[in-house]
Ligand binder design. Structure first.
Ligand code: MRU
Length: 352
């Protein structure tokens, strides 16, 4: 059940090939690709959200590592190891919050590590290339499994609210929160999705509404500020969102505005679920207070719709993510099963 639109990123050719990204900054009005042949282009694409969403960032970064080590063949082994360290360190600076980025980069360096003194450069690059493709392939499988686990929570004729984009565009395919909706719909359950537009960069309006339309899922776009009213009108029976990093106690960082949605869901007695693969858990952090929150350019707020919408010189605060406390989360849908209740012990048991 592959999605009826291009993947967020695709490796073209063999280990000497390149990365083709769907430029998500141009959606929904333009479906255009960007071919990246240098690690710097991947860094820029991650930073500027041409590729975005936690798992998709990890996949793009893994592919970026391969681009970064290409052409090292004539150099001695110490130089290859140094270049690998340099490339991974550089990609780590592209965005701070989604732990999948660091997870994928660690996995790439750990894959090469035991072989650095033994294999010639050309074989090391092949090894890294195969690992990047494996990360992508595994993510696809995890997303499908999340869909199967989560669909059991969906009652027929449900209204489901989501925030930001946790769909195929944010992963290798299918998505996390949206995978649950796609699977429920495939099972013949009638669902109606409310997509928060997700200010300031409108991932909900530009990406989620588009993805759901492409798949023929009934979707209504709302401004973020309308979520409370829509819940009060009884139109929402379930909230499902994605995640960028989940701490050991279940506190969850996701797109700014997610916390407000969780509070609203609590106030209206609506279950609030997070859907995320095991690669989104960061068990080194005891709770959400240590999750680094990305701060982005003020112009995203003052010039968000392509024209100036705020007075020149006004002070702006623009955190890209917030943290929803575990106590507001009804359950976490992972590829290994449902984590419920959301606490340190259940999390350790499922993904530790
Ligand atoms: O800034 P973005 O667009 O990368 O933020 C994306 C989100 O917050 C998603 O909800 C999250 O990464 C989960 S994607 C399956």
């Amino acid at each position: 059940m592959s999605l009826p639109y291009p993947r967020a990123s695709e490796w073209i050719g063999d280990e000497s090939g390149y990365v083709r990204l769907l430029d998500q900054t141009l959606l929904p009005t333009e479906v255009a690709f960007r071919d990246c042949r240098m690690v710097e282009e991947i860094w820029e694409a991650i930073r500027s959200l041409r590729v975005r969403g936690a798992p998709a960032i990890g996949i793009a970064a893994a592919m970026g590592v391969v681009l970064g080590v290409q052409g090292q063949d004539g150099r001695e082994r110490g130089a290859y190891a140094a270049r690998l360290r340099e490339v991974a360190g550089y990609l780590r600076t592209s965005r701070p919050t989604a732990v999948n980025l660091f997870w994928a980069l660690d996995r790439m360096t750990q894959t090469a590590q035991p072989h650095l003194d033994k294999l010639p450069a050309v074989e090391l690059t092949q090894l890294l290339w195969r690992e990047a493709l494996a990360i992508e392939q595994e993510d696809r499988g995890m997303c499908m499994a999340i869909g199967r686990v989560g669909a059991e929570l969906v009652q027929p004729d449900s209204g489901i609210l989501t925030h930001c984009n946790a769909g195929g565009l944010a992963t290798a395919d299918y998505g996390t929160a949206l995978s649950v909706m796609f699977t429920a719909a495939e099972q013949g359950k009638r669902i109606h999705v409310f997509a928060d537009e997700t200010r300031p960069l409108l991932q909900g309006a530009r990406l989620t509404a588009w993805e759901l339309q492409q798949r023929g899922i009934d979707v209504t776009l709302i401004c973020d500020s309308m979520a409370g009213q829509v819940m009060r009108e009884g139109k929402v029976q379930l909230v499902i969102v994605g995640a960028d990093r989940i701490a050991a106690n279940g506190d969850t960082a996701n797109k700014i505005g997610t916390y407000s949605v969780a509070v609203l869901a609590k106030a209206h007695g609506i279950p609030f679920y997070v859907a995320a693969p095991s690669s989104t858990f960061d068990l080194t952090l005891p709770d959400g207070s240590a999750i680094p929150i990305e701060q982005r350019d003020a112009r995203e707020v003052t010039h968000g719709l392509g024209k100036q919408i705020a007075p020149s010189g006004v002070r702006v605060y623009n955190p890209a993510f917030d943290v929803t406390p575990a106590g507001l989360i009804s359950g976490i849908i992972t590829e290994r099963g449902l984590i419920q209740p959301v606490d340190g012990e259940s999390i350790r048991r499922m993904v530790g």
